[in-house]
Design a protein around this ligand. Sequence first.
Ligand code: FES
Length: 149
Amino acid sequence: MSVVDESLVGRILDSRPPEPRYLLPILQEIQAAFRHLPREALLAVAGRLKVPAARVFSVAGFYKALSFTPKGERLLTVCQGTACHLRGAGALVESLEKRLGLRMGQTSGDGRLGLESVNCLGACALAPVVTVDGDVHGHLTPEKAQELV
Ligand code: FES
């Protein structure tokens, strides 16, 4: 049974001209609306834009900000880029995984919290960095990182 709000998908599709160049913005809007890209929505996008479903799924799988599985309502993102790695990102990962009972890339069973990593958040001077729903927290220690939860 589908849990996709087809009218919401329809409104997102109607908000842009049905042209292939709008594929990525549409996928971003669907991701924001559903916290992931439901299969039914991707097929609707392919039909509306008249592009092969394989292309839609390929683009959806390419970008880390897009996901085939639901992301947490609250998302902790640990930077594991070079600057953060050198300044202790590994200890932050270990600490957060232990505290949350999640591994990187996982979402809690109730869907409320997700933990993921990125390669650089562009805030290297603040390394090591974690974002919570996009808000940047820098110069973290494992103890300070746990206070973010
Ligand atoms: S490496 Fe972490 S913000 Fe750049």
